[in-house]
Structures are given as C-alpha cells and as structure tokens.
Design a protein around this ligand. Structure first.
Ligand code: F6P
Length: 320
C-alpha cells in the first residue's frame, strides 16, 4: 500500500485532530503517503485534497475542531455523487481510506466500499458516543467535561438565586452525554430519550429536595428527550419554583481535547492505519473493555447502541 487518504465527516468533535495526526504520522512512518481530504465527503466528490507531510499535522494535537474541516454531504448519498468521488480515488491513486466520523459517515463508507471495493476503515468520532460496538467515540470525554464545567458554573448562580435550571445537552436521539455528565455533575434529574419520564415525579423530587433545604436544582435534558422550555414551564406551573433554561448547544463540540481524548484519538488513528496495512477492507476501530480493537462496521451502521440503565438507576439513587 503506497497511498491512503483520510477525511473527517459529520459533526466535528474534539480529538479528531489528534486522530488525523496519528493517521498521518503512523502512515508516513511505514512509508505510506497520506492525502488529506477537505470537508468530508463533499471534498471527496469535489477533489479537494492534498498530500499531508509530517509538518502538516504539527501543532494540532491540542486543538479542537478538525484541520480537515467537516461537512454533511447530501450528494454522497446519491450514486452520481459517489461515482464522482470514485473518479478522484482513481485520479489521486488512493488505495485505502480512513473515515473519522459517526454512524451516518460509516453508512456512506459501507455503501462506497460495496460499490467500488475501496478498502475503508472507520474511526468513531462523535460527541454523542452512540456508535454500536464501541464503548467510546472520539470527542465524548471533552464534551462531557465541558458540560460538567458549565453545570458547576450554573450551580453558583442557581444557588445565589435559589433557582431550578434546565440544562439541555446534545446527543441527537440518544442520552449518553446527558446520563454521563448528569452523573458526574450530580444533576437532580436526568431526562433521556431511552427512558420515559413523568413531570409529576420530577416535581415531587424537586419539592422533597426543597423541603430538605436544597437551594437549587439541576435538571439535565438530552435534546432528544423533550422540549426543555416545555419541561421548564410545566415545572414552574406545578411547583412555583423560579425555573430557567440553558441550552449548551455547540459549545459542547469545541475546546481543547482532554488528555484522555488525545491518547485515544492517537491510538485509534494509528490502529486504522495498521488495519489497512494488514489488508482489512471494511472495519471500524473501536474500544472494548479498555482495549483498542477492530470491529465490524456493518453492525455500527445498522443497530442502535443500548444505554447503560444501571448507570441511569445509580444516578437516580445518588441524586436523592
Ligand atoms: O452528532 C453530533 C451532534 O452534535 C448532535 O449531538 C447534534 O444533534 C447534531 O450533531 C447537531 O448538528 P449540527 O451541527 O449540524 O447542527
């Protein structure tokens, strides 16, 4: 194998840069050239790509975002779009591709491999941590640390004003960010799409806490669980508590990657190169029981990752 390419696709996540750095330097170490494709599948279709060298990936390990930019490409969903991308594979002499992204990006990768046979390795990169098979996706640790840091700050003002805060976090239709950050931040209630909730139960818990002298409460809502403003107005109506909403939004996607993120991003990026060198043609890098492993990308594209209900129950018990 003489030349491979790397791209980042879908929602960016902190830790993508360390992964790009690892792919590039590990490949060059083995005498393989690396092409960086800009703007995900959009740049793949439009031929926005150039050779990376050791210096191209210098000074990025500590930066959030992705030096290759990212996009969600509608055109890559079409056979015409994918055909254009394959013309670039031939034009640039690409013999293998590493896709850093989420399950949508992997679905595209799988389809492309089926049609054109190009060896492709996926590296899980999404703050949502919702990819089936892998315990961890690049970006999750930085995102939950950002959420916890934000909640610490919100608690200060919530205490001063004796308020209830609804904190909305990302996660699309999953609750991994909400549950993990909620446990870490000691949120009073955590609302996730995977578990139906009752406003009456939440209000009962709030009032019990208030009776015991709690000065404030934090309710963490995953974006896919409910409308935060609706939750706030129902709580206000039923309890009379001063209730505010804060939507953390895209700040969860930015920021310097944590040390853990940099280590895992580096290990996963390097593993992807190793898999291509070993002749794998369609795999995903993942983490299982703390080890970086090769997984079947088919599973990740077709199934839904289950949430840890024991962790959910524990968060409930501890937040009494
Ligand atoms: O998948 C990552 C994610 O940040 C989700 O949590 C969120 O729902 C979505 O992307 C937002 O996408 P966009 O940046 O396109 O608004």
């Amino acid at each position: 194998m003489q030349r491979i390419a790397v791209l980042t696709s879908g929602g960016d996540s902190s830790g993508m840069n360390p992964a790009i750095r690892a792919v590039t330097r590990k490949a060059i170490y083995h005498g393989i050239e690396v092409i960086g494709i800009k703007r995900g599948y959009t740049g793949f279709i439009e031929g926005e790509m150039s050779l990376l060298n050791l210096g191209s990936v210098a000074d990025i390990i500590q930066r959030g975002g992705t030096m290759l930019f990212s996009a969600r490409s509608e055109e890559f969903r079409t056979p015409e779009g994918r055909k254009k991308a394959f013309e670039n594979v031939e034009r640039f002499g690409i013999q293998g591709l590493i896709v850093i992204g989420g399950d949508g990006s992997f679905r595209g990768a799988r389809q492309f491999h089926k049609e054109f046979g190009l060896p492709i390795i996926g590296v899980p990169g999404t703050i949502d941590n919702d990819i089936v098979g892998t315990d961890y996706s690049i970006g999750f640790d930085t995102a939950i640390n950002t959420v916890v840091d934000a909640i610490n700050k919100i608690r200060d003002t919530a205490t001063s004003h004796e308020r209830t805060f609804i904190v909305e976090v990302m996660g699309r239709d999953t609750g991994f960010i909400a549950l993990t950050a909620g446990l870490a931040a000691g949120a009073e209630s955590i609302l996730i799409p995977e578990k139906p909730f009752s406003i009456n139960d939440i209000c009962h818990k709030l009032m019990q806490g208030h009776k015991r002298g709690k000065l404030h409460s934090i309710i963490l809502v995953a974006e896919g669980a409910s409308d935060s403003f609706d939750v706030a107005s129902q709580i206000k109506e039923k309890t009379g508590f001063d209730t505010k909403v804060i939507i953390l939004g895209h700040l969860q996607r930015g920021g310097a990657p944590t040390a853990y993120e940099r280590v895992i991003g580096s290990c996963m990026g390097a593993k992807a190169v190793e898999l291509l060198r070993n002749g794998e043609v369609l795999k995903m890098v993942g983490m299982q029981a703390g080890k970086i492993v090769a997984l079947d990308i088919e599973d990740s594209a077709l199934k839904k990752k289950p949430i840890d209900m024991d962790m959910y129950d524990l968060a409930n018990i501890l937040s009494i």
